[in-house]
Design a protein around this ligand. Structure first.
Ligand SMILES: [Zn+2]
Length: 257
């Protein structure tokens, strides 16, 4: 099981609409994620001894360096989540590469070597995998085509696959601009996650849970998250691992084969 946290704070809202830069109320949601929810998540992971992977936007690393330092101090892995939160498929190749390099430059001084990449909105371009391989990444986590990690042919990058069902955003994210999203109760979401997790576990696959501090960080949802993870943690048959450990395990199996 990979517990992953997409730490996209202000960058999420600025990519939705640059005018959000002048909307303190909108941005207060991002600040809540960074200042209140991340410390709560770190405490939950510490209580359960769960190693996590935080995919961080470079712009948010610059904005909240102390938050990133705290995540690193707790022993979690830091991955790349864009510099801004704009989807790579909307960028020309050069622009995407610049974004990748800026993100690495923002993350490395605090987090050291960066191994993993998850694009904003899991929306990579036709150039993304090649750029990741060229810039020394060992794994990516964007695809919905498997329930087991695998290696991308030609690039050598390991894929740590994901799915919307095991994400918090599609279930909880309320859109105040359009009012077209419904908030589910934490109980309903726990049911979805449990159905999916137990079936993947039974088949020997990988559960990649994805949460966002500003979404999962509400008190009732955090309570659900901790209860959900506590039940899984009690199962000795589940390996909790960071993205880079999963990528290394996949490579080791390939070498042995
Ligand atoms: Zn994101």
């Amino acid at each position: 099981m990979a517990v992953t946290v997409d730490f996209d704070a202000d960058e999420l809202w600025l990519a939705e609409d640059p005018a959000n830069a002048a909307r303190p109320g909108v941005l207060s949601q991002a600040r809540y994620g960074a200042r209140t929810a991340v410390p709560e998540l770190l405490q939950i992971f510490a209580r359960l001894d769960i190693p996590a992977t935080f995919f961080v936007c470079g712009g948010d690393a610059v904005r909240y360096p102390d938050v990133l330092e705290s995540v690193v101090a707790h022993g979690h892995e830091i991955g790349h989540h864009g510099y801004t939160h704009r989807s790579p498929h909307l960028m020309a190749r050069d622009e995407e590469e610049t974004e990748l390099v800026r993100g690495l430059e923002a993350l490395r001084p605090i987090a050291g070597e960066i191994h993993g990449y998850r694009s904003p909105s899991w929306d990579i371009s036709g150039n993304t995998l090649e750029l990741l391989a060229a810039h020394g990444f060992s794994y990516a986590s964007n695809m919905m085509d498997a329930v087991r990690p695998y290696t991308h042919p030609g690039h050598g990058l390991v894929e740590v696959p994901v799915h919307w069902s095991l994400d918090d955003a599609p279930h909880f994210w309320f859109d105040a601009t359009s009012w077209n999203k419904t908030m589910r109760s934490a109980r309903e979401v726990a049911e979805v996650w449990e159905e999916e997790t137990s079936a993947i576990h039974a088949g020997g696959g990988l559960v990649t849970l994805t949460v966002h501090p500003q979404i999962i960080g509400r008190p009732g949802r955090l309570r659900m998250l901790e209860a959900f993870l506590t039940r899984l943690r009690a199962d000795d048959g589940i390996w909790f691992a960071r993205g880079e450990e999963i990528a290394a395990a996949v490579r080791a199996v390939e070498v042995a084969a």
